[in-house]
Design a protein around this ligand. Structure first.
Ligand code: UDP
Length: 407
C-alpha cells in the first residue's frame, strides 16, 4: 500500500504530517485508519467529522466513560444528574458550535447565577451593581458606581497590568480584590495572584448593572440528558470503534495512518523534559434533603476555608424534581502522578517547558495534538469544539487536495 506524506495545519497552527493511504480500487476516495486518543469533546468531534467523511476511526479512551472532564452521570441514590468533574455550563457566541451541540442533544436554556460567601455575607458574582452596592453599603446608579470604582477604588497607577493581582487592582481596587479574588485565587491556583497571568481574571466580567449572569455569551444552556449522552451521540457512527477502559499503546499508533492525541502533551513524550504543571481537584460529596444552598454554585472567597466552591448539582437540571440533593465541596491542589489534570498552570517555568514540548510536537510526523490537554491551554467547551471542527476540516481539506493531485 502506497503511503504518502502531507503537511496540514493543526489546531495550534503548527504544521503536521500524516500518511495517506492510497485508494487502490480506482474510486475517488482514500480511506485512512485514524487513531484518536481520548473520547472527550475534541476526540469525539474530530472522530465524527472524519468518520462522516468515510475514514475509519478507532478511539482509545483510558477511562470507563466518554466526555472527559465534562462527564455527567446520574447519582444511583437520588437520580440527580451530577457533573462528576465539577460544574460545566455550555456558553458560546459561536452560532455554528451552538447548532452543532444542539444537533446531538436537547439543550435547556440555563443562566449560571453564581454566588459567593465572603466574611459571612453572600454576594452575587460576577461583580455587578448589586455586589458593589451591597459591599459598600451604597445605592449607586450605574454611572455613579462606574465613577466610584474608577476614581475611588481602582489603582490608577497601574496602566498596563502584568499579572492577576495588578489586573484586579486596576479593575476593581484593593477592597473588592481582597474580598472576592485574592483568597479564592490563592486556593484555586496555589500561587500568589501576583505570580499568575492577568488573563485568568479577564475571564470574569465587571458589570455596572444588575445583570448577574456569570457569562456574557449569546447562547447558554445545559443538555437535558447530560454531556455524556451528548458525546455518546456524537460518537454514535458506524465508522467509529470506541474502546473504553483502553489505554493507548504505541504499537496501535504505528499501525494507524494518523494519530489525534488529546491526552496531556507532556505524557505523549514520556515527560522527557519534566512534567507540565496542572491543578487537580478533589470533590467531597455530601447529600441532604431539599435545597441545600439555593443555587448551583456557591464560591467561598475566605482564605481560611480550604475549599473554593460548593456545587449543588440538581440546580443544573431545574426542569427535574428531586426531593434529595447532592453537593460537591471542591478543593484544588497540585496535580501529582496519577491525578486527573484540570487546570494548566501557564507560568514562566511551564511556558519554557511547553515550548520544548511544542518543538517536539512540531517534529512528530503523523500526529495532531488537540484539545485542552493536548495543547496545554485553559479553554472552554465551545472553544474546544470549534478547534476540533476546524482541525478536522483542515485535515480533510489536505487529504482531499492530496488525492486530487494524485489523480
Ligand atoms: N475567581 C476568583 N473568585 C471567584 C471566582 C473566580 O478569584 O469567586 C478567579 C479565579 O482565579 C479563577 C478565575 O477567576 O481561576 C476564573 O474563574 P472561573 O469561574 O472562570 O473559573 P472555572 O469555573 O473555570 O474554574
Amino acid at each position: 500500500m502506497l503511503k504518502l506524506f502531507q503537511r496540514i495545519a493543526c489546531c495550534n497552527n503548527k504544521p503536521k504530517r500524516f500518511r495517506l493511504r492510497q485508494n487502490t480500487s480506482g474510486g475517488g476516495f482514500d480511506q485512512m485508519h485514524i487513531l484518536i486518543v481520548g473520547a472527550g469533546l475534541s476526540g469525539a468531534v474530530i472522530g465524527r467529522a472524519l468518520a462522516q467523511a468515510g475514514h475509519h476511526i478507532t478511539i482509545q479512551e483510558a477511562r470507563t466513560h466518554v466526555a472527559g472532564n465534562c462527564h455527567t452521570e446520574r447519582c444511583a441514590d437520588t437520580g440527580i444528574m451530577v457533573h462528576a468533574y465539577g460544574p460545566h455550563i455550555f456558553h458560546t457566541d459561536d452560532a455554528e458550535v451552538w447548532e452543532y451541540v444542539n444537533s446531538f442533544a436537547r439543550f435547556h436554556s440555563f443562566r449560571n447565577r453564581v454566588k459567593t460567601t465572603v466574611n459571612d455575607l453572600v454576594y452575587a458574582l460576577p461583580i455587578n451593581l448589586h455586589t458593589i452596592n451591597q459591599f459598600f453599603g451604597r445605592r449607586f446608579r450605574p454611572d455613579e458606581a462606574r465613577r466610584f470604582i474608577a476614581e475611588e477604588q481602582a489603582d490608577q497607577s497601574i496602566t498596563d497590568p502584568q499579572n492577576f493581582e495588578e489586573q484586579a487592582l486596576h479593575m476593581v481596587g484593593p477592597a473588592l480584590y481582597e474580598a472576592f479574588f485574592k483568597g479564592y485565587t490563592e486556593k484555586q491556583w496555589g500561587r500568589a495572584p501576583a505570580d499568575l497571568p492577568a488573563a485568568i481574571l479577564k475571564r470574569l466580567p465587571l458589570r455596572f448593572n444588575y445583570d448577574d449572569n456569570y457569562y456574557a455569551h449569546r447562547f447558554q444552556g445545559l443538555p437535558e440528558d447530560g454531556y455524556t449522552a451528548m458525546v455518546a451521540a456524537i460518537l454514535d457512527h458506524p465508522g467509529i470503534d470506541l474502546h473504553l477502559n483502553s489505554p493507548f499503546s504505541p504499537e496501535q499508533a504505528a499501525r494507524a495512518d494518523h494519530l489525534f492525541w488529546s491526552g496531556p502533551l507532556d505524557a505523549y513524550f514520556g515527560q522527557r523534559h519534566g512534567p507540565l504543571g496542572y491543578r487537580t481537584l478533589d470533590f467531597e460529596r455530601f447529600t441532604a434533603t431539599g435545597d441545600w444552598q439555593g443555587c448551583a454554585v456557591m464560591n467561598y472567597g475566605d482564605p481560611e476555608l480550604p475549599y473554593t466552591r460548593i456545587t449543588e448539582h440538581k440546580h443544573f437540571s431545574p426542569w427535574e424534581n428531586h426531593a434529595q440533593t447532592v453537593c460537591y465541596r471542591e478543593y484544588a491542589r497540585a496535580c501529582g502522578p496519577g491525578d486527573i489534570p484540570y487546570y494548566p498552570i501557564r507560568l514562566a517555568r511551564e511556558k519554557e517547558l511547553l515550548s520544548q514540548y511544542e518543538a517536539l510536537a512540531a517534529r512528530e510526523a503523523g500526529v495532531t495534538f488537540i484539545g485542552r490537554l493536548g495543547t496545554y491551554r485553559y479553554i472552554d467547551m465551545d472553544v474546544t469544539i470549534r478547534e476540533a471542527l476546524d482541525s478536522a476540516a483542515a485535515f480533510l481539506t489536505a487529504t482531499q487536495a492530496r488525492h486530487r493531485r494524485q489523480i
